[in-house]
Design a protein around this ligand. Structure first.
Ligand code: ZN
Length: 456
């Protein structure tokens, strides 16, 4: 019925295996029931859970991980010294760079090879670092994902379309159907790498044909698809759209919500699986306390208005990461959410620490400053027949806005874009605009709002 191509058959077989691992090898069902209760716990109860999970990870790391044993011996920390959450601060902060140097020394010797699964760090800089996961942690992870879906009212039987870094075929390959359907997981994978104005109707047809109710995508990809639908007058109502991995600005949120006639939920996670943040029914960002111990530390200039995420994951015992620095910035918040959950909150996710813009006079603009500058440009752009845009700093003094024009784009709009750019960006730059067929993507298929050209 739904299986149409050989690729679908392969995807479905792979899906069966994944489903088995996610739901039946570990403690998925137990964890799922537990999480449905803990979300309503009081702050003291949550701290209690965190402390007991932290003690478990530290003790396990000391017993079975050569790197941690060595480190703790040198620092004079014994697992029994962890008496409260604040004791985590006795550990040093480690980064992706450290992980690369440590190599397999940070892998627990308790797990035989066949119980391990390997993933890689994401990100745009440097080589990816291998990450080991034990099969049991995968069931737990899946339980957290399902609870996130609960918050967004996504049911187990709802078909979900993914438009992120998953590769359907090589981006350079021209495909008649740049998507694949896995009937066991009810997942349709749309290739973000093939997304262009011409592909929009193909994607919409596929989503309709497989009865897709939910879209999980990068905000930029979802907004390109959404813009395409609005432009062509295509109606595709969904239950919700979940976005991740890029900043969700108000312009994109509005386009997505209007195009698919549904709420937009945003989330933050990473391959390292140490920190998980997502929005609730009220659109507020919550840090999941049962997932890991997340510390927010004031970031260095020019990002001092933001906080760094430093996190200790509770579930992946194959490769325990203690005080891992994510390199992502958030704006903290001390609000209480009307949803009634006592999970810590943040105002929003700002971006990467490394994305600073330097003006010709040497002024360094941090992530929030760039966000502010670009917000008006991007917002104004979405009022025009433009599918997507990206601001590129090509040299110390040259900044270009690349845009994908949609039907009806005229010289008048080009002039408006130029004016917008000149109004919002520092006039020290030489500013220009340039049409393109497709926005540059990162190796994982993300479209960033601001990039620095390679040679710069
Ligand atoms: Zn809430």
């Amino acid at each position: 019925m739904y299986i149409r191509t050989l690729r679908d058959v392969k995807a479905t077989l792979r899906g069966c295996k994944t489903l088995l691992v996610k739901r039946y090898t570990g403690t998925f069902w137990v964890r799922r029931r537990w999480l449905s209760k803990t979300q309503w716990y009081k702050p003291e109860q949550l701290r209690e859970i965190q402390l007991s999970l932290l003690k478990k990870v530290v003790a396990h790391a000391y017993r079975t991980v050569p790197y941690w044993r060595g480190k703790m011996d040198v620092l004079g920390i014994h697992p029994q010294d962890i008496r409260e959450l604040e004791d985590i601060r006795r550990f040093p902060i480690i980064s992706k760079k450290d992980l690369k140097e440590i190599g397999d020394g940070i892998v627990s010797c308790r797990y035989p090879q066949f119980l391990l699964n390997t993933a890689h760090t994401g990100g745009t800089t440097g080589l990816p670092v291998p990450l080991r996961r034990d099969l049991f942690s995968i069931g737990n992870e899946h339980a957290f994902v399902r609870r996130q879906f609960d918050w967004a009212s996504v049911g187990r039987r709802d078909s979900v379309a993914y438009m992120m870094g998953r590769v359907v075929a090589s981006p350079s390959e021209k495909l008649h159907k740049p998507y694949v359907y896995d009937a066991s997981m009810k997942e349709l994978t749309l290739s973000a790498f093939h997304l262009s104005p011409d592909v929009v109707p193909t994607f919409v047809d596929a989503m309709r044909c497989y009865g897709v109710k939910v879209l999980v995508a990068y905000p930029s990809a979802a907004s390109v698809l959404g813009r395409g639908c609005l432009q062509k007058g295509i109606r595709l109502p969904l239950k919700c759209v979940l976005t991740t991995a890029e900043t969700l600005d108000d312009g994109k949120r509005q386009v997505i919500s209007e195009a698919f006639d549904c709420p937009v939920f945003d989330f933050y996670g990473s391959a390292e699986r140490v920190c998980y943040i997502h929005t609730c029914e009220h659109g507020r960002y919550h840090i999941l306390p049962e997932y890991g111990l997340t510390e927010l530390e004031r970031a260095d200039p020019p990002n001092e208005d933001c906080c760094q995420i430093i996190a200790t994951g509770f579930w992946n015992m194959a490769m325990p990461l203690i005080r891992y620095k994510m390199g992502d910035l958030v704006l903290p918040s001390d609000e209480e959410c009307p949803c009634g959950r006592h999970f810590p909150m943040i105002a929003r996710i700002v971006g990467r620490e490394s994305d600073a813009m330097v003006t010709p006079s040497g002024r360094r603009l941090g992530a929030t400053a760039i966000e502010c500058l670009l917000a008006h440009v991007l917002y104004g752009m979405y009022e025009m027949p433009v599918l997507a845009g990206q601001v590129i700093q090509e040299s110390a003094s040259d900044v270009v806005l690349e845009y994908v024009p949609a039907e009806g784009f005229s010289e008048k709009h080009a002039q408006q874009l130029r004016e917008l750019l000149e109004r919002e960006l520092p006039d020290e730059f030489n500013l220009s605009i340039r049409p393109t067929r497709q926005i540059n993507q990162t190796p994982s298929g993300k479209f960033l709002s601001f990039v620095m050209a390679e040679h710069h």
